[in-house]
Design a protein around this ligand. Sequence first.
Ligand code: HEC
Ligand code: HEC
Ligand code: HEC
Ligand code: HEC
Ligand code: HEC
Length: 472
Amino acid sequence: MQVKFISAITKITLFCIFIVMFGYDAIAIQPSDFTQPEVCGGCHTEIYAQWNGSMHSNSHKDPVYEKLFIMVSKEMNRTFDPFCSKCHVPIDFLSGNIPSADNYKVSEISEKGISCDFCHTVNASSGIGNGAFISSPGKIKRGPFDDSDYSTFHQIEYSQLHTRSEFCGMCHDVYHPFNGLVLENTYSEWKEGPYNETTVCQDCHMTPGVTMFKANKGRAAAGAPMREHIYTHYIVGGNAMLPELLGSPEHERLAKERLRSAAKIEIIKFKKKEDNKSMDLIVKVTNIGAGHKLPTGLTEARQIWLEIEAKDVSGKTIFESGKIDADGYIDHDAIKYHTVFGDAQGKPTEKVWLAEKILLDNRIPPKGYSEENFSFALPQDARYPLSVDVRLNYVSASQELSDLLFGKGKVKPPVIEMASVKGTIDGIQYTPGKNIPGFSSFFLLMVIFIFSLIKRMKTGVGIVGKEMFEKI
Ligand code: HEC
Ligand code: HEC
Ligand code: HEC
Ligand code: HEC
Ligand code: HEC
């Protein structure tokens, strides 16, 4: 009797151990629960073509991600592997199949990154940031239509979440998993900015235009009804480098176009100082197109900066700033908009896993601007007119990060011009003390002189006076 009782307890205990050890896997989500994007593409042809080549489709293939992931995996003894994988390979994360530095391999579907069936089987979110999605793969696909029963392949359910920025916010806010430091903050920048009442992420990133909502009449699938608007799935940001590298020319083109829609630069002042020996230059950079800060996302890597060159008429450079040297480094004194993280010792670091504080964040808020003052010596032999060329440039990865990941000088991230403006100064107009009238005053005097001549011819009176202007 006692033996029987003990063996029953042993059996129950063993069963419990089995459930704890293996039962989880038996009930957990498998990669095979998700449908391959090519299958969805069978009917959703255009949407598939737009998604294929997007950064979402490349979130695992991306060599910049791969290198950084392998580095953190090694340095931090695999403790960050699940964290990174949650957003970059969500299907394998859900399946408990976490890649590592030794084995970067994932299931076939996760090689295709964040794909159709992942996004469209999310049924709720647990909040904002760090991959706050709740997934229930299966026959039901969730999306923006509340009146659709046209698909024979799958069932359909209206999901308000998919139409809101909060859907994107599940992954587009990133906090350090151990110390909570803000690493990426795109959703919160949008939420705290002027667009949160009017324009969601989808309005800018899922329409054919590159800035604001533009209606895109069409069909969501072969045989589906005509609709007033179909959301596009290119979902490009500023990354033109990776689409170029991975061979998606359309995404590369759209990313460049988007960057060119983001900012405006103006020359507020380009003038000689009172001392006659130096110049003042004030440049204003306005974030006109981005619904979040400029730049946003991975901003310890992304760099936006001002490149300036002032010349005299002979082409001699009298001032420059923001030039790139032969090794690809941006000049130290350049005005750069980015984030600098500091490690425990307060030293700048490109390694987000070591980040404990933010040393600098001078990015430009949505609809906000930044005014930059430059002052430089004016060579005595400078010949007029003087001119200045101002450019706003963008790179997806700083040379510092690129060297860290790929080896010194191995990769030179391409520089994309976002905006440019020119200014001139003719020298005569602005020369203080000499009192030579400028061209406009000279022109006015000429007009008055000609009128006085006409009047003299007509009336014989040689005075340019009130009556004359009244007659005209
Ligand atoms: C056999 C053709 C076919 C296949 C394959 C197919 N769909 Fe659909 N899907 C449709 C049709 C038709 C509609 C209805 C479009 C409409 O109402 O305008 C639709 C609608 C949708 C919607 C909109 C749902 C809503 O409520 O807003 C989503 C999301 C969707 N499909 C996702 C997918 C995903 C993900 C896959 C792959 C797992 C897929 N579809 C495969 C035909 C298909
Ligand atoms: C990053 C997540 C994400 C991925 C990946 C994704 N979608 Fe979508 N999709 C969305 C969102 C969000 C919407 C709704 C936008 C809105 O209404 O504001 C949408 C809308 C749709 C719709 C409704 C019609 C439309 O475009 O307005 C269909 C159909 C659809 N997606 C199919 C697909 C297919 C097929 C794929 C893969 C080729 C795919 N989606 C990949 C997020 C995604
Ligand atoms: C499952 C998490 C997840 C969701 C949900 C998600 N994204 Fe992303 N998104 C990513 C990751 C990860 C990348 C970066 C992939 C890479 O560069 O390797 C990315 C890249 C992007 C990029 C390209 C960035 C660049 O540098 O060019 C844009 C734009 C973007 N997402 C917008 C959106 C929008 C808009 C939504 C909502 C409709 C959304 N994302 C939903 C995870 C997500
Ligand atoms: C008013 C239009 C607009 C809205 C709204 C908007 N964006 Fe953007 N987004 C842009 C523009 C323009 C750029 C290119 C400039 C840049 O990189 O910041 C961009 C760039 C990006 C990038 C790439 C940044 C980089 O350089 O790597 C990501 C990621 C992104 N957006 C995600 C989002 C998400 C998520 C939301 C919603 C929370 C959102 N955007 C809302 C216009 C918008
Ligand atoms: C909460 C979701 C999330 C987590 C967790 C996450 N990322 Fe990302 N990652 C993103 C998003 C969103 C982007 C796109 C932002 C942008 O384009 O600026 C991105 C972009 C990147 C990029 C830029 C790729 C390129 O081509 O420029 C790299 C590299 C990267 N992540 C590495 C990592 C590593 C390594 C980890 C783990 C330490 C990690 N990420 C964890 C969401 C996440």
